[in-house]
Ligand binder design. Structure first.
Ligand SMILES: [Zn+2]
Length: 72
């Protein structure tokens, strides 16, 4: 189950797994995805996305690109 995120490269604290909220802009639209699984350093607030989480974001941006291709 547990994904090993290793240690933070800044403070060398063990990275903890959290559910975080990510927001990003795609073509002028603010996309917010809650409950993304990510590794977070408790000190530096550094966020590491798992491959799975990165894939979710990728899929979302792809879906948006497709839906915005149709005219209208
Ligand atoms: Zn750190």
């Amino acid at each position: 189950m547990g994904y090993d995120y290793g240690k933070c490269e800044i403070c060398h604290t063990h990275i903890q797994e959290r559910r975080i909220k990510i927001d990003f802009w795609i073509r002028g639209e603010l996309i917010v995805i809650d409950g993304i699984q990510a590794g977070v350093c408790p000190n530096a607030v550094k966020k590491l996305l798992t491959q799975k989480s990165a894939k979710i974001l990728q899929n979302c941006s792809m879906m948006l690109n497709i839906s915005q291709k149709s005219p209208g």
